[in-house]
Write a protein that binds this ligand. Structure first.
Ligand SMILES: Nc1nc2c(c(=O)[nH]1)N[C@H]1C(S)=C(S)[C@@H](COP(=O)(O)O)O[C@H]1N2
Ligand SMILES: [Mo]
Length: 358
């Protein structure tokens, strides 16, 4: 979520940010311990209200520049060939609240990432059956939710180029972790675009339309662009940038969440993912000096990869960090890359810990 028209701020957290934060929960970082995030711990991002959808009245309309427009019931979607894929989803705004100044929007720190197993029917074959016209350029996906953003009243809509929409991993998903989608995750059907930031995976899908012009609805442009100078939209936000996070070790203080642990050997653990190539390396930094972590077996092409690091914790104050590198040789910055919408922040995580002598 992004509000390109509002000025970024250095001020204190606002009531409006708190209002968004209490609706849109993050995944507590200790849940990085699970390969598959339990559904109730999966992060949530809902721009407006969660629509109440009557599945028996619901229809998916597929039209626009196609030879055979279709209208499908949920049973018809479910009767199609299906696939189950493990996918790590991350919100493009993850880390937004750690940018200075910060965009006024959902104030994520680190926790807008989770992994689920999604079941659905591949979109490509459905588009092939509908028969895309030669002049079709993009596919526009519309959700049942609507609201106002940037002073524009709108349905939630995003598009994908035909080549991206017809990749084999792109699904119309009706199950998450083996159960029908929960209302907050897009019941009865959502688009699922593995490897891309979460805004691409349109929830509460009602319509798929092939169009001959680049789609320019609000959630496509101006939203979700890397923008440094006001109004100057650089690249659109697409695939997930390489990112590693660790389970904060030890025990937290209730209010500050500062960590305490006993001196001695500690296994630091976490996950790393990228939408731009497999994770090939994770390093852990202790007080600024980096060493390689052990990687678990890959969790699947679109799922995060576990890692661990044996740390001999000495008494005193320490700062722990982690960073991943992917097959395309992308790695994470240690200096903050800033942008106005607060998107694509994969700055390395820093965890301050107090180690107690034993
Ligand atoms: N229709 C619709 N789809 C949507 C959204 C939304 O507000 N409305 N939010 C998007 C954003 S910004 C993200 S990060 C993901 C979050 O998916 P989740 O809530 O299932 O984790 O859904 C995306 N799909
Ligand atoms: Mo998002």
């Amino acid at each position: 979520m992004a509000e390109p028209t509002r000025e970024p701020t250095n001020g204190p957290l606002t009531f409006e940010e708190l209002q968004l934060a209490t609706r849109n929960r993050g995944m507590p970082l200790e849940a990085l311990s699970y390969d598959l995030t339990p559904t109730g711990l999966h992060y949530l991002l809902i721009h407006w209200d969660i629509p109440v959808v009557d599945a028996s009245a619901w229809r998916l309309r597929l039209g626009g520049l196609v030879k055979h427009p279709m209208e499908l019931t949920l049973d018809q979607v479910r009767a199609r060939p299906f696939q189950t894929i493990r996918v790590t989803m991350e919100c493009a705004g993850n880390g937004r609240a750690r940018m200075t100044p910060r965009a006024l929007s959902q104030p994520w720190l680190f926790e807008a990432v989770s992994t689920a197993e999604w079941t659905g029917t591949p979109l490509g074959p459905l588009l092939a059956e509908a028969g895309l016209a030669p002049e079709a350029l993009e596919v526009v996906f519309t959700g049942a939710d609507c609201g106002i953003q940037g002073e524009v009243e709108q349905d939630y809509q995003r598009s994908l180029a035909i080549a991206d929409a017809t990749r084999p991993e792109v699904l119309l998903a009706y199950e998450m972790n083996g159960r029908p989608l929960e209302p907050q995750h897009g019941f009865p059907l959502r688009l699922l675009v593995p490897g891309w930031y979460g805004m691409t995976s349109v929830k509460w899908l009602t319509q798929i339309e092939a169009v001959g012009e680049p789609f320019s609805g609000y959630q496509q442009t101006p939203a979700y662009h890397y923008e440094v100078e006001p109004g100057q939209l650089d690249d659109p936000v697409t695939r997930i940038r390489v990112h590693a996070l660790m389970v904060p070790p030890g025990i937290p203080d209730f209010f500050t969440r500062h960590r305490q642990l006993d001196a001695g050997r500690v296994t630091l653990r976490g996950r790393a993912w990228s939408g731009q190539g497999a994770v090939e390396r994770v390093e852990v930094g202790v007080d600024g000096s980096w060493a390689d972590a052990e990687l678990d077996a890959p969790g699947g092409e679109f799922a995060w990869r576990g890692w661990s690091y044996e740390w001999d914790a000495q008494p005193g104050e320490h700062e722990l960090t982690c960073r991943a590198t992917d097959a395309a040789d992308n790695t994470q910055p240690t200096d903050q890359p800033w942008n106005r919408q607060g998107v694509g922040n994969n700055l390395v995580q820093r965890v301050a810990v107090s180690v107690r002598p034993v």
